[in-house]
Design a protein around this ligand. Structure first.
Ligand SMILES: [Zn+2]
Length: 178
């Protein structure tokens, strides 16, 4: 039995979070293991989505579970090479956060619905339309694959403020380790 493991999550600012991730060429056992580790890492954090670059792997892979109600059945999703193929003209505003930008939240406006195409963990082509929190989550995670963070949608001053807080947090974490 392969055991899942929790991987360390990169904290902004980190050059790996600003890179364009490469497509996954076929869903190998190694990629499946990565996806399972990412789900484990996401649930542990806890969060509702995680992209491979956030654990330092520059591959186009995201995992998510936007079921928020306590006691509701979990709905883990694994998407290889996800691609937005349609977005609604209607837009929605959600307060977003990010596991790579801990404890910082801000309102971001995005298309309210998005149709996404991807490869499943079994290597099969899938397509689905996402709405509500799922739509925001899937767009936020796909952004990570292109080096885009939710703070990139904020006004420069607010973005700089958050980045400075994260630099301070990283210095503190480094000091704890030393
Ligand atoms: Zn994020």
């Amino acid at each position: 039995m392969k055991r899942m493991s929790i991987r360390p999550i990169l904290i902004h600012p980190d050059p790996r979070l600003k890179k364009h991730a490469a497509p996954v060429e076929g869903v190998s056992d190694e990629m499946r293991k990565l996806a399972e580790d990412m789900l484990e890492t996401m649930y542990d954090a806890p969060g509702i989505g995680l992209a491979a670059p956030q654990v330092g792997v520059l591959k186009r892979l995201i995992v998510m579970d936007a079921v928020k109600e306590k006691d509701a059945k979990p709905q883990p999703m694994v998407l290889f090479n996800p691609e937005v193929v349609w977005t609604s003209p209607e837009r929605n505003v959600y307060e977003e956060g990010c596991l790579s930008i801990p404890e910082q939240y801000a309102e971001v406006e995005r298309p309210a619905e998005a149709t996404v195409r991807w490869l499943s963990i079994d290597g099969e082509q899938q397509e689905a339309k996402f709405d509500k929190l799922w739509a925001t989550c899937v767009q936020h995670e796909i952004d990570h694959l292109d080096g885009v963070l939710f703070i990139d949608y904020l006004k420069p001053l607010k973005r700089q403020m958050i980045t400075r807080k994260m630099q301070k947090l990283k210095r503190e974490l480094a000091r704890e380790k030393a």
